[in-house]
Design a protein around this ligand. Structure first.
Ligand SMILES: Cc1cc2nc3c(=O)[nH]c(=O)nc-3n(C[C@H](O)[C@H](O)[C@H](O)COP(=O)(O)OP(=O)(O)OC[C@H]3O[C@@H](n4cnc5c(N)ncnc54)[C@H](O)[C@@H]3O)c2cc1C
Length: 878
């Protein structure tokens, strides 16, 4: 039932310009050419002739990089790409994924015209069915986000579904989402077309050529060893699909690429008596776990079962043709679901059950970018069964990254550096992908957490906190408390509180927030990334002054909030650095910065044995004492005066707490509340915690979690990296001017861009929105990604939101742009532009009025800030 595919992948090259062992520029006459040796060197070697490898090669050559060699161990497009179901779907949860899929759609649409190769591109549209109200809400949320980026999309009734696809049983539906411009396409043909275009553009493509390992010298790719000889190269791109994990290990310096294959099934039928028209929409029935598309007048239907079958955990896949064994018993639940949705199928003959491995990643997102440890080693893998949909856009972003040094969009959510070696254990991956594959179709309510691969990294206090009712979430493998269930609450009910509306933990978090405001709470924040930078002379200060935007030449004991900017002035990291001594600094960064920040620092640090960078994350437990009585608790425990006169804000000192010595006490919180961070050598963690809790009793101390922290920080307009800030946000766009010292006498990275921006003005501004006519008990809650409207016009999206217990309103943070229709291009966003607008936030298609605020409400800033900060923030308020 795959005649066309088999035809095209069966004899690569005769019309397409590549040969076994021959360079790519040939035409039909090249068919007879004898195999030639591989080139001795190239600028780039791409591994893998699937959709990813060919897309990267295509885009590199379009961007002017011609000295590119693509190597494929078998035949082109004969990996997972060959068995792809061919569904191109733009309805994705993440904005960056929507953009990649939208670009792919446009690219594939014109590929046939560009290359003359038929790709089977047919605009069918997709219908996403909802069997429950919650599913419909989820679709409405996606729909409102798609429309604002120009992807047409509407919520439709079951009756309309029946009109669009008369064979569907719609009786159990409550609605659906229709995306009319989605398409189907032959994935293998798209890959062949991309390869052909790349080849015409100068890329040399060799099939039947295996890369055995990647050569690395002093942390830089130098070449590849293949079964046909070596090629020296500066850049290597791992697009090896399900083989990528193993290939990553076959580098002279291993590269961790956390992905794992699972078997993935779909069935093919003979055509209906009256064949389905080619324009028949694709159907996604996520509640039924299946997808259905037209296939040559019959249907193709697969799905994401509850009990997936991971495969090749030992890394032994040597197959060239990826069709594995049929397993009808395994497919039976999906088949039953399919028959319920399309009862007339009973009469149709099934031709075959296709079973091909596909790769899945620990967080359901694909993996791209440069290795943190080997320069010039790029990857584009782990597509979670959406490789066709992402292929065009992902290939473009990766090519931009290689050519320009960064992609044109922020791709942090997909960056290889969000992972470390800790996510690469085979057992972890095997267990996690068994959860990920069904999750692709599970309903994902806000704040869901992975259940597998847990308790990998824990604080020494984990058991103590767990026994006190901690509910946990995980970040970068680290367990972090969300909130603490009081003994009188029904734990089971709380575990089931999965909703788009007001969650069951509302009152619990409210009482934690209240305690932070009125008394004192302790939050275990041990997952923070902690680095120490020391030197024998001034090297540490010099490099930090170059890498960070704020002035770090401060007196010993001071803490500096600062951005680590890129050349465009965007945040690579937003962190706090304490000067421990003249030549030693302690740096605190977000949890998921552990790999990224390390790689960034290493990239710029000179090789100097007198300059030492150490990751001390595991050495310190971090406790946040937060609230007005924190000062009393700490004074009692240290016998030291801790009031602002003696211990000013943003000050750091090693002192004793209880019996324990050498606790790094910092007068700061991450929420704007008064309080202290304690960085405690792990062996003292339990002791200090017990002492804090014991002494804190009389001040009303209790445990609190990250949900309380989130509410507090959003209400105070504290932006967080990774949620509100990314590599495309500059300090001038988010009220971060106080973290920049343009005149500190060092030409730090990003300074020129900021000077330029200061002169030109900013094109987006982080703004705080307080929802006006929103009923917290009855209305859907905002979470993130909600469209923002100004005077009825779409101007941006929210980045994070929370219920503000002080304001008794929902608060969202988000960026406002000025897409002026008259000017035809984006305009500068001034404070006046923000202040003069009437705003609405769109939650799943319903717009709520909102008040915009540019800077934190001053009265909320309870703690005393340093004079220079106050002056600067006054400045940017103007
Ligand atoms: C059954 C099934 C249905 C799917 N349906 C859809 C769909 O409808 N829509 C969608 O968007 N996505 C779908 N997908 C996902 C999509 O097909 C994949 O994500 C995509 O094809 C992956 O492309 P790739 O280039 O990463 O991998 P592959 O196509 O597997 O390519 C990797 C290539 O690398 C080569 N290689 C590996 N190691 C080496 C080496 N050492 N030296 C040289 N070459 C090497 C391999 O031979 C292979 O050709 C489906 C996947 C499956 C399995």
């Amino acid at each position: 039932m795959l005649p066309r595919l088999l035809a095209v992948v069966g004899g690569p090259g005769s019309r397409r310009g590549w040969r076994k062992g021959s360079p790519a520029r040939g035409s039909a006459s090249a068919a007879a050419a004898p195999p030639v040796a591989l080139p001795a060197q190239a600028q780039v070697v791409v591994c893998g002739g699937g959709i990813m490898g060919t897309s990267v090669a295509y885009h590199l050559s379009k961007m002017g990089w011609k000295d590119v060699v693509l190597l494929e161990q078998g035949r082109l497009a004969a990996g997972s790409t060959r068995f792809c179901a061919g569904i191109l779907s733009t309805a994705r949860h993440l904005a960056i994924e929507q953009k990649m899929a939208d670009y792919s759609n446009k690219l594939y649409h014109q590929l046939e015209q560009e290359t003359g190769i038929q790709t089977g591109y047919t605009r069918t549209g997709s219908i996403f069915l909802a069997q429950t109200q919650d599913r419909l809400i989820s679709l409405k949320r996606i729909s409102s986000r798609l429309n604002v980026i120009g992807i047409p999309c509407e919520i439709v009734s079951p009756r309309r579904v029946a009109e669009l696809h008369p064979l569907l049983n719609v009786h159990d539906l409550v609605g659906a989402m229709h995306v009319p411009e989605d398409a189907v396409v032959s994935s293998a043909d798209v890959a062949l077309a991309l390869a052909s275009a790349a080849s015409q553009n100068g890329v040399q493509i060799y099939d039947r050529t295996s890369i055995l390992h990647v050569m690395v010298k002093r942390g830089q790719v130098t070449g590849v060893e293949t079964d046909k000889g070596q090629i020296q190269c500066q850049y290597f791109v791992n697009c090896a699909g399900q083989w990528a994990y193993e290939l990553g290990l076959c580098s002279e310096e291993p590269v961790s690429i956390p992905l794992h294959a699972c078997e993935h099934f779909y069935l093919l039928t003979r055509p209906w008596e009256t064949p389905l028209p080619s324009s028949t929409p694709t159907v996604v029935d996520a509640d039924g776990r299946i997808y259905i598309r037209n296939w040559q007048g019959g249907i193709l239907s697969g799905g994401f079962e509850k009990n997936p079958k991971p495969i090749f955990t030992e890394g032994k896949n040597q197959l060239e043709i990826q069709n594995l064994q049929e397993d009808w018993d395994h497919f039976e639940p999906l088949l039953s679901s399919l028959l319920r949705r399309m009862p007339q199928l009973e009469t149709l003959e099934i031709v075959k059950l296709v079973n091909c491995p596909e790769t899945f990643t620990p967080d359901m997102r694909c993996i791209m970018g440069e290795s943190p440890s080997v320069r010039g080693y790029f990857v584009l893998v782990g597509m979670n069964s959406a490789g066709l949909s992402f292929g065009g856009g992902a290939g473009k972003y990766l090519a931009e990254w290689m050519v320009h040094g960064y992609p044109s969009e922020s791709v942090w959510e997909l960056d290889l550096k969000r992972f470390g070696a800790l996510q690469s254990s085979r057992t972890f991956l095997r267990h996690r992908v068994m959860e990920v594959m069904p999750l692709l179709y599970d309903l994902k309510v806000p704040r869901w957490d992975f259940q597998t691969g847990r308790q990998l990294r824990t604080s020494p206090l984990y058991d103590r906190l767990d026994a006190q009712g901690a509910r946990w979430m995980e970040k970068h493998g680290f367990e972090r408390p969300k909130y603490f269930v009081p003994p009188d609450k029904d734990l089971l009910a709380l575990e089931q509180s999965k909703t788009f509306y007001k969650p069951d933990w509302f009152e619990i978090v409210e009482s934690e927030v209240k305690c932070c405001k009125e008394a004192v709470c302790v939050i275990d924040m041990s997952s923070f990334t902690k680095f120490e930078i020391t030197s024998t002379g001034d090297q540490a200060l010099e490099i930090l002054q170059y890498l960070f935007s704020n002035d770090l030449d401060v007196p010993v004991g001071h803490i500096v909030h600062t951005g680590m900017l890129n050349e465009r002035g965007g945040y690579e990291n937003d962190c706090s650095i304490a000067r421990l001594s003249k030549r030693s600094f302690f740096m605190i960064s977000p949890t998921d910065q552990q790999v990224h920040c390390w790689a960034w620092l290493k990239k710029y640090m000179p090789e100097d044995s007198n300059l030492i960078l150490e990751d001390v994350t595991w050495k310190y437990t971090a406790l946040n004492l937060i609230g007005p009585r924190a000062v009393d608790v700490l004074s009692e425990l240290s016998y030291a005066p801790m009031t602002p006169d003696h211990f000013p804000s943003l000050f750091c000192k090693e002192m004793s707490v209880g019996y324990a010595n050498g606790i790094r006490v910092m007068s700061m919180t991450h929420t704007g509340e008064p309080g202290f961070m304690l960085y405690i050598p792990i062996e003292y963690a339990l002791h200090v915690y017990n002492e804090v809790m014991s002494v804190g009793q009389k001040y009303g101390i209790r445990n609190a979690g990250y949900y309380a922290l989130r509410s507090l920080r959003i209400e105070k307009f504290f932006a967080f990296w990774g949620q509100d800030l990314n590599t495309l946000t500059t300090p001038l766009e988010c009220g971060g001017e106080s973290r920049v010292k343009l005149d500190k006498g060092v030409d730090f990275i990003g300074r020129d861009a900021l000077l330029q921006q200061r002169q030109n003005g900013v094109y987006k501004r982080l703004t705080m929105f307080i929802l006006d006519d929103h009923d917290t008990d009855l209305d859907l809650w905002p979470w993130w990604g909600e469209p923002i409207y100004r005077n009825g016009q779409y101007v941006g999206k929210t980045t994070s939101s929370a219920y503000g217990y002080t304001l008794e309103r929902h608060v969202c943070l988000g960026f406002v742009h000025n897409f002026s229709e008259d000017a035809g291009e984006e305009q500068v966003v001034t404070a006046d532009f923000i202040n003069r607008g009437e705003y609405e936030i769109d939650i799943a298609g319903h717009r709520f009025q909102a008040k915009a605020k540019l800077y934190p409400v001053p009265s909320l800033l309870a703690h005393k800030r340093r004079k220079e900060d106050v002056e600067l923030s006054d400045l940017h308020g103007k």
